[in-house]
Each structure stands twice: as structure tokens, then as C-alpha cells.
Write a protein that binds this ligand. Structure first.
Ligand SMILES: [Zn+2]
Length: 212
């Protein structure tokens, strides 16, 4: 799959191309219009390790808007912060979880503005990788009657991947079996804490009086 076009090389100011190519961190580039301009070799390895299918990779070729490529309700969180980096020229850094059923994985994401203002370089690096049973997260069994809503669907948070209980709607549980393989009758939503932090208050640093 094509990883960059020639004009990416002419707009790359602030990094050496070989540095990005040889990095063990997974890196992608965005134009100032937030279209994908670059993937480094480690990016493909990262997607495969995180259960993306080969066909998913081809759905979002170079030139695709990141707005289309991002999944779920938290996409606004990323878009707003990426735009802020372009506006201010300041690096944005944050951490996110991308766990599998068996492994807890936490990543750092650094978003760097190109020094000519022509786009962004996004660097994802692994911070923590531990077996799930070492972090003390309670695992719940995949018992359908505990999670099957009256709509006939099991609701999973598209961000943290926890599932909503039927008898206590405010409780969302980690159900490893359904992280590994979603049941056919599942629907994606967003849990209250992910909603507040990533969607309702998407800016990492917000100094406006009402916080919105
Ligand atoms: Zn969540």
C-alpha cells in the first residue's frame, strides 16, 4: 500500500524523512486540511497488533480525511485538538488506552505541527503493556442476560470498550470476551465518563469560564 506521495517530502519541515521511516513508533502525517499524507512502516504493525484487518487499512488510503477515518463518538476530540495545533503551532500531547482482551496497553500521542504550517506529524508510542490480570481490572463474564438491552442489543462504549449493564444502566463493565469478539447483536455508544471527557469537553486545556 502506498505510504506517501512525493509532495509529502517537499512539505516535511521539522523532521528528517529517515527519522520517521526508521522510528519504532507508529507515525502518520496529516495535511493542513487534515487529510492523511503519510504512514511510516511501524504504523502498519501497530494497526495489525490492535486487531485491525488488512481490509480496514485499504479503506483509508492517502488523501482520506482523518474525519472519515476516525471511529466513534470521540472523533471530535481529535479533530478539535488537531485543529488547535495547526492554529497555535503548539505541540499537543495526550495518553490513550488501546487494550486487547488480554493485554492492558496505554499509548502516548504527540501531535507536532510542521514548521511551515503545512500539516501535522502524529507520533504514537507505547507507554505500558501489561497482562490484564496484573492491573487489577475486574473482568466480567459474557452473560448475555446481564447486558442485553430491551432493544435486543448489547451496548459497548466505542472508546473504552466497556459494556452497559441492564439492571444498573449507569454501570459499564469490562467484558474481555466481547472485547476480543463483539457479539453480532451489539451496538456502539459512549459511556458517561468517555462522553464528558472526550466529547462534551474535548479540549485538553480549557480556560474558558464555563468549561465548554
Ligand atoms: Zn467509555
Amino acid at each position: 500500500m502506498e505510504r506517501y506521495k512525493k509532495d509529502f517530502l517537499t512539505t516535511l519541515k521539522g523532521f528528517d524523512f529517515n527519522t520517521l521511516e526508521n522510528s519504532k513508533h507508529s507515525i502518520y502525517g496529516l495535511s493542513k486540511n487534515l487529510n492523511l499524507t503519510y504512514f511510516n512502516p511501524s504504523w502498519f504493525r501497530f494497526l495489525k497488533e490492535n486487531n485491525f484487518e488488512e481490509s480496514d487499512l485499504h479503506k483509508f488510503p492517502l488523501g482520506t480525511s482523518i474525519i472519515e477515518a476516525l471511529r466513534g463518538e470521540i472523533k471530535d476530540f481529535y479533530i478539535q485538538n488537531y485543529k488547535k495545533v495547526l492554529e497555535t503551532g503548539e505541540i499537543w500531547q495526550h495518553e490513550y488506552e488501546c487494550s486487547s482482551s488480554k493485554e492492558f496497553r496505554k499509548f502516548h500521542q504527540g501531535v507536532y505541527p510542521l514548521k511551515n504550517g503545512e500539516g501535522l506529524i502524529v507520533i504514537n508510542s507505547l507507554l505500558v503493556n501489561l497482562p490484564m490480570d496484573q492491573i487489577g481490572r475486574k473482568a466480567h463474564d459474557a452473560i448475555a442476560k446481564n447486558y442485553l438491552q430491551s432493544t435486543g442489543f448489547i451496548t459497548q462504549c466505542s472508546n473504552c470498550r466497556k459494556c452497559q449493564r441492564v439492571d444498573q444502566e449507569e454501570v459499564w463493565d469490562w467484558v474481555p470476551e466481547w472485547v476480543e469478539r463483539m457479539p453480532a447483536n451489539s451496538s456502539h455508544s459512549i459511556c458517561p465518563t468517555c462522553f464528558d471527557y472526550y466529547w462534551k469537553y474535548p479540549r485538553i486545556k480549557d480556560t474558558s469560564p464555563n468549561g465548554i
